[in-house]
Design a protein around this ligand. Structure first.
Ligand SMILES: Cc1cc2nc3c(=O)[nH]c(=O)nc-3n(C[C@H](O)[C@H](O)[C@H](O)COP(=O)(O)OP(=O)(O)OC[C@H]3O[C@@H](n4cnc5c(N)ncnc54)[C@H](O)[C@@H]3O)c2cc1C
Length: 391
C-alpha cells in the first residue's frame, strides 16, 4: 500500500488533516486502531475557538455545526458567591466560541471522509513508524488479523498521547516538558437543560467546578477531585450536592438536577514534546502536547497543528519549497506554548491545590478581582479563551 501522507489516528487531528489534504488534492490514508462507533462516542472536548470554527467551515465540514452548535459570547467567573461575566466580542473585536462536541466534529468528518475522501481504515493499529529520517518512511500496521506496510512520502502522527508515532523520534533528539497536577476532573453528562446559558467557571474553597453543556437539553458538569479518584465512588446525589455548594451565589440562581448518564475522571497534565518533527515524521495534536482541560485548548491546538501541516505541504506542492515544512515544529510550538501558559494560568487561578495556604487562597481571589475590575486583565483572558491566531 502506498500514499503521499500516512496519517495515524482518526481523532480530530487525523480526520481534519485528511479532509484538508483532500481539498488540496493531496492523497492520504488514515489508520485508526479503534472501531468507528468507539471513535464517534468518545466524550471529550466541547468548545471550539473562533479559528477552529472558521477552519471547519472553510473545509466544508461546518454544515451541522452551524445548525446545532451553540455560539457563546462569554463565560461567567464565580467566586466568593459573586458572579462576573466576561464578554468576548466586546473585548476581542467580535470573537466568540462555539459549543459543539468533539464527538459531533468527529462524526461529521468521518462521514465526509468515507463519502469523498481517501481510505480511512478502522481497527487498523499502527505498530511502528519506520525510516522517518530517510526519503521513504513507512507505517507498519495490523488490519483484519494481518500485518501490512503503508509506504508514504510523509507520516503524520495524530495518534494521541498513548500512540506509537512519538516513539519513532530518537530520545537523544528529544526534550520533554511536563507537569502533573494533584487533582483531576470528575465529569458527568446529565439529561437536564443547562442551568445557565454560558459556561460557568467556579473557584470555591472546596475546589473548582465547571458548568458546561452539550446541547439545550444535555448538561456537562465537572468537579475538581483528588488525583486517582474512582468516578464510581461518587453517588449521583453526592455529585449534585457538591456542585450546588461550589456554584453557590448570593442571588436566586439555582442548579437544575437531572439523570446522570455518564461519569468519568480525567487526570490533569501539561506536557510538551520537542521537536514536533523528525525527518518526514510530523507529530500533531495530543501526540505532541497535552494541556489541562481548564482552558478548553486541547482540540483547538490539534486543529492548529494540522492546518499548519496542510498549508506547509500545499506550499511545497505548489512551489517546490520545503521551507514551511522545515519550520513546522517551531511554528506549531510557538502557539502550543501560548496555549500551555493560558491553560496553566486558568488551572492555577481556579483550582485549589491540596496543600494550598490561606495566603494562596487570597491570591486566587485577588487575581479574579483583578480580572473583574480591569479591562486589560479581562481582555487578556478573553483573547486567550477565544484562541491565539494560527500562524
Ligand atoms: C478524557 C479526556 C477528556 C478531555 N476533555 C477535554 C475538554 O473538556 N476540553 C478540551 O478542550 N479538551 C479535552 N480533552 C482533550 C481533547 O479531547 C484532545 O486534545 C483531542 O482529542 C486531541 O485530538 P487528537 O486527534 O490529537 O487526539 P485523540 O483525540 O486522542 O485521537 C487519537 C486517535 O489515534 C488513535 N490511535 C492511538 N494509537 C493508535 C495506533 N497505534 N494506531 C492507530 N490509531 C491509534 C486513537 O484511537 C484515537 O482515535 C480531553 C481529553 C481526554 C483524554
Amino acid at each position: 500500500m502506498r500514499t503521499t501522507v500516512g496519517i495515524i489516528g482518526a481523532g480530530p487531528a487525523g480526520l481534519l488533516l485528511a479532509r484538508l489534504l483532500h481539498r488540496a488534492g493531496i492523497d492520504s490514508v488514515v489508520l485508526e486502531s479503534r472501531d468507528r462507533s468507539y471513535v464517534e462516542q468518545r466524550q471529550r472536548a466541547g468548545i471550539l475557538e473562533q479559528g477552529t470554527v472558521d477552519v471547519l467551515r472553510a473545509a466544508g465540514a461546518g454544515e451541522r455545526m452551524e445548525r446545532e452548535g451553540l455560539r457563546h459570547d462569554g463565560i461567567e467567573l464565580r467566586y466568593d458567591r459573586k458572579r462576573h461575566r466576561v464578554d468576548f466580542p466586546a473585548l476581542t473585536g467580535g470573537r466568540s466560541v462555539m459549543v459543539y462536541a468533539q464527538t459531533e466534529v468527529c462524526k461529521d468528518l468521518i462521514a465526509l471522509q468515507l463519502k469523498e475522501g481517501g481510505p480511512l481504515l478502522f481497527e487498523a493499529e499502527a505498530l511502528a513508524v519506520e525510516g522517518a529520517d530517510g526519503d521513504s518512511p513507512s507505517i507498519r500496521f495490523r488490519h483484519e488479523g494481518r500485518e501490512d506496510v503503508l509506504e508514504c512520502a510523509y507520516v503524520v502522527g495524530c495518534d494521541g498521547f498513548w500512540g506509537v508515532s512519538r516513539k519513532a523520534i530518537p530520545e537523544a533528539l528529544t526534550r520533554v516538558f511536563e507537569r502533573t497536577y494533584p487533582f483531576g476532573w470528575l465529569g458527568i453528562l446529565a439529561d437536564v437543560p443547562p442551568s445557565h446559558d454560558e459556561l460557568v467557571y467556579a473557584r470555591h474553597d472546596r475546589g473548582f467546578a465547571l458548568l458546561s453543556m452539550r446541547s439545550p437539553s444535555v448538561s456537562r458538569l465537572y468537579l475538581q477531585v483528588p488525583e486517582g479518584t474512582d468516578a464510581q465512588s461518587w453517588g449521583d446525589e453526592r455529585i449534585w450536592d457538591e456542585l450546588e455548594r461550589r456554584f453557590e451565589t448570593d442571588d436566586d440562581w439555582r442548579l437544575q438536577r437531572g439523570p446522570i448518564t455518564q461519569k468519568s475522571v480525567t487526570p490533569m497534565r501539561s506536557y510538551v514534546h520537542e521537536p514536533m518533527r523528525h525527518g518526514r515524521l510530523f507529530l500533531a495534536g495530543d501526540a505532541a502536547h497535552i494541556v489541562p482541560p481548564t482552558g478548553a485548548k486541547g482540540l483547538n491546538l490539534a486543529v492548529g497543528d494540522v492546518v499548519t501541516f496542510a498549508r506547509a505541504l500545499t506550499h511545497e506542492k505548489e512551489t517546490g519549497s520545503t521551507e514551511l515544512l522545515d519550520t513546522y515544529s517551531e511554528t506549531c510550538l510557538a502557539r502550543v506554548w501560548q496555549a500551555e501558559r493560558f491553560s496553566y494560568d486558568m488551572t492555577t487561578l481556579l483550582h485549589r491545590a491540596p496543600d494550598a495556604t490561606p495566603f494562596e487562597d487570597r491570591l486566587q481571589v485577588a487575581r479574579l478581582e483583578r480580572i473583574a475590575s480591569s479591562e486589560a486583565a479581562e481582555t487578556d483572558l478573553a483573547e486567550g479563551y477565544t484562541g491565539f491566531p494560527f500562524a
